[in-house]
Design a protein around this ligand. Structure first.
Ligand code: BDR
Ligand code: CA
Length: 311
């Protein structure tokens, strides 16, 4: 079985990504580490616990991590995901308690104790990973692979003109992680805008699968309303689930490039991710996923929700 560690600022789309991993028959989720981002840290931790409880996966430890970015004040995305990050959907109060071991310590321990055993999927600002790298600079080489929902290959942003939320929220952390050795893969917001849009018809299909499908639609109501009322887009995208879909099944990637990607920490372009095409070429630090099979995310979600995925 594959083993996965998920670092997440758990709000609505993160919760969907957590479900994908937990429901997959070949994947053991070894730990969930939480970070402030979409919502404050305690809310992210609570949302992760709720999601695991609904999926009957309370044996998966949840480690709370950093409560804010390295250098900047925390600016959440509660205006998009709802105050609680879950669209105010009526949810159970989790009975499971979070771990006392800090996320950063847990990440370092998991890498050191079982090198080359776990893959890492990051769904939020990279604060925990960067903090762990300051202690253990080779941390990422001890994970088999790192898949990150971050940035945008086309340099466009969603919270700022050029800033995708996870990169924008803690660009210093992103810089540390981008420079660290390891097999890193970036699935950006450009990809989710193109290949992870959920339509009304998709929602009907998700709801028809049962309680977890209903949960997915209910917790994403705020994002859906934001898309309709603010951005004028019919349907909404699921960035973290697309990154998770790629981590689970890399064969859904249609196009990717090994390249050197930098992240801006300057105010005017904060969080912009851009490929450095200077000659001679700089050594690649990331694989950037630029195209994914457009039917893959919904296909994977429906398979997992109906437990039909071949083992
Ligand atoms: C990213 O920010 C959050 O809104 C989502 O959870 C995702 O991780 C998209 O920019
Ligand atoms: Ca996220």
């Amino acid at each position: 079985n594959r083993s996965m560690v998920i670092d997440t600022d758990t709000a609505s789309d993160d919760a969907v990504a957590i479900l994908q991993a937990v429901l997959h028959p070949d994947i053991e989720v070894r730990a969930v580490t939480t970070v402030a981002g979409n919502v404050p840290l305690p809310t992210a931790t609570r949302n992760a616990l709720v999601t695991l409880e609904l999926a009957n996966a309370t044996d998966i430890p949840v480690h709370p991590g950093c409560a804010g970015p390295i250098l900047r004040p925390l600016e959440t995305a509660q205006h998009v995901h709802g105050e609680d990050g879950m669209s105010g959907a009526p949810l159970i109060e989790p009975e499971t308690q979070p771990q006392t071991e800090h996320a950063v310590e847990a990440l370092i321990r998991l890498g050191r104790d079982e090198p080359h055993r776990h893959e890492l999927v990051t769904l939020g600002p990279l604060t925990n990973i960067a903090a762990a790298l300051l202690i253990d600079p080779d941390l990422l080489t001890r994970f088999t692979r790192v898949t990150m929902m971050i940035g945008a290959a086309d340099g466009r942003g969603n919270v700022a003109a050029t800033g995708e939320f996870n990169a924008w929220a803690d660009p210093e952390a992103a810089k540390i992680v981008f420079h660290a050795p390891g097999d890193k893969r970036m699935v950006g917001w450009d990809a989710s805008r193109k290949y992870a849009v959920i339509t009304d018809a998709d929602e009907c299909e998700l709801r028809a699968t049962g309680a977890l499908g209903e949960f997915i639609c209910e917790i994403n109501r705020s994002v859906r309303a934001w898309g309709r009322d603010v951005t004028g887009i019919d349907g909404y995208d699921l960035p973290d689930p697309l990154a998770m879909a790629v981590a689970i099944d890399p064969s859904i990637v249609v196009e990717s490039t090994r390249t050197h990607v930098a992240v801006s920490t300057d105010e005017s372009t904060r969080g912009q991710t851009f490929a450095d095409h200077r000659l001679p070429p700089r050594s690649p630090n990331l694989t950037v996923v630029t195209a994914v099979d457009p039917s893959a995310l919904m296909g994977q979600l429906l398979s997992l929700l109906t437990r039909e995925l071949a083992a």
